[in-house]
Design a protein. Structure first.
Length: 442
């Protein structure tokens, strides 16, 4: 065994979603980078969108860390991306202690798992609208619930007035909780959202300006020096020598990459590249066909339902995809899976012809949220992933299967072991799943 990366860091967390974590995270990333620090971002949990915002804020690729889906070796390998950085900032998901009921690889997926494992103190973003001294009770509960969890302090958000701030600070001072910042209400510092979260970074009309505004906001109302001093790391536990990023499923991978196909975890792409795989990006929305010499075509998830008419009219893309599928593997995840089917029905009820490589028809006119971790055992191979391979992943979509007449691809269960009906499907060289792969189970 060898020593893990000991880069000090912080976990930007909150009591619940919607409290302003992302504003604080992006503002701190940009402000600290402007101050000359190399800051390594991470995202706790299975989020496909936030890492691109992190990269735009600080210039370093961001990676997901997930205690339910990733074993200790993979977590160590991803944490090593902080090598050479001055500090780490990790963004939590949902509330600090929110995870699933059943333990996965090393934990239940909560942000607290990663903070505890890495020794990153918690910066709790508190929305104090509608309360004053009572905010201290919330902060005190989060600090005290797990005595092994390092706690740096709080950043107050949506402060109504100087008087309001004084009252909130009075309660926190009595509880012995440091205040690292107090952000006033600022309604225009909000990123646009859609049904799976934030509008993607690449689609934001003026993202760099927005992040610069966040940085100025944090610089004006937070104590950046105190934030830097609060960072910590565990650094006293060995890491596993077999920790490594996942191996590629093929040597030459044609990867759909545009506004309709972008949901793939960064650690997968990085692992595939480092293992020598050649990634060959192409854009279905620009009517580009996958590279003719690719061994595998991979269609990630994304928002094909917003571009269904364009995809249906992309004759070069569809014919190239069908030609490849005659002799070599094609795999789709979530949105990519939907495009491999016969048709996609948009939210207005209009039916759009898709690739027709699977007997799948999906609908956004019949919306239902499907959300959660998934454990899968492949019943047939997916390119270089053999039948019997066990995978951990995550599913998040609102579409509904209207027709599906191909055999299942995998036996799929949720985090608690209950069978999941959406088991993917396969036909010939074509495979697809609704869940996004995070890691093989080793």
């Amino acid at each position: 065994m060898s020593a893990p990366s000991s880069t000090s860091g912080l976990m930007i967390a909150a009591p619940a979603s919607g409290t302003g974590k992302t504003t604080v995270m992006l503002g701190l990333l940009r402000a600290l980078t402007e101050d000359g620090l190399a800051v390594q971002p991470f995202k706790s949990g299975p989020d496909y969108i936030d890492p691109a915002f992190h990269r735009a804020a600080c210039g370093r690729a961001s990676f997901n860390l997930d205690s339910w889906a990733m074993n200790a070796g993979l977590l160590d390998a991803i944490a090593d991306e902080a090598a050479g950085a001055d500090m780490v900032l990790a963004e939590g998901s949902m509330g600090l202690f929110d995870g699933v009921a059943s333990k996965g690889a090393v934990g239940n997926g909560a942000s607290a798992d990663m903070a505890r494992r890495m020794g990153w103190p918690i910066v709790l973003v508190l929305d104090v609208s509608g309360q004053a001294q009572s905010a201290a009770a919330t902060a005190l509960g989060f600090r005290s619930l797990d005595p092994d969890l390092p706690f740096a302090g709080v950043i107050l958000n949506r402060v109504a007035s100087p008087r309001h701030e004084r009252l909130v600070r009075k309660g926190l001072e009595a509880a012995g909780i440091p205040v690292l910042g107090a952000l006033p209400r600022h309604g225009d510092l909000t990123l646009p959202e859609r049904h799976l979260g934030l509008v993607q970074a690449a689609e934001h009309p003026d993202l760099d300006r927005a992040i610069a505004d966040y940085a100025a906001f944090l610089r004006a109302y937070a104590d950046l020096d105190a934030v830097r001093r609060a960072a910590g790391a565990k650094g006293d536990e060995p890491k596993l020598d077999d920790g490594r990023l996942p191996a590629p499923p093929a040597q030459r991978i044609a990867m759909a990459r545009d506004a309709a196909f972008s949901f793939i975890y960064p650690h997968l792409l990085e692992g595939w590249r480092r293992a020598g795989a050649e990634l060959l990006p192409f854009s279905p929305l620009a009517d580009e066909a996958p590279a003719g010499h690719a061994d595998l075509v991979w269609l990630p998830g994304g928002y094909p339902e917003l571009h269904a008419g364009t995809i249906a009219a992309a004759a070069t893309f569809l014919s190239g995809l069908r030609r490849h599928a005659e002799t070599r593997p094609v795999h789709g995840e979530c949105g990519g899976y939907m495009v491999l089917g016969e048709a996609l029905i948009d939210k207005g009820g209009e039916r759009h012809r898709m690739a027709g490589l699977l007997g799948l028809v999906t609908s956004h006119a019949q919306r239902k949220m499907h959300l959660g971790y998934r454990h899968a055992e492949l019943l047939v191979p997916v390119s270089g992933l053999a039948a019997g391979t066990r995978l951990r992943g995550h599913e998040f979509h609102y579409s509904t299967i209207v027709e599906q007449n191909d055999p299942p691809l995998a036996y799929v269960t949720d985090a608690d072991g209950a069978a999941v009906a959406e088991a993917g499907s396969h036909r010939g060289h074509v495979t697809g799943t609704y869940f996004h792969m995070i890691a093989p189970v080793r």
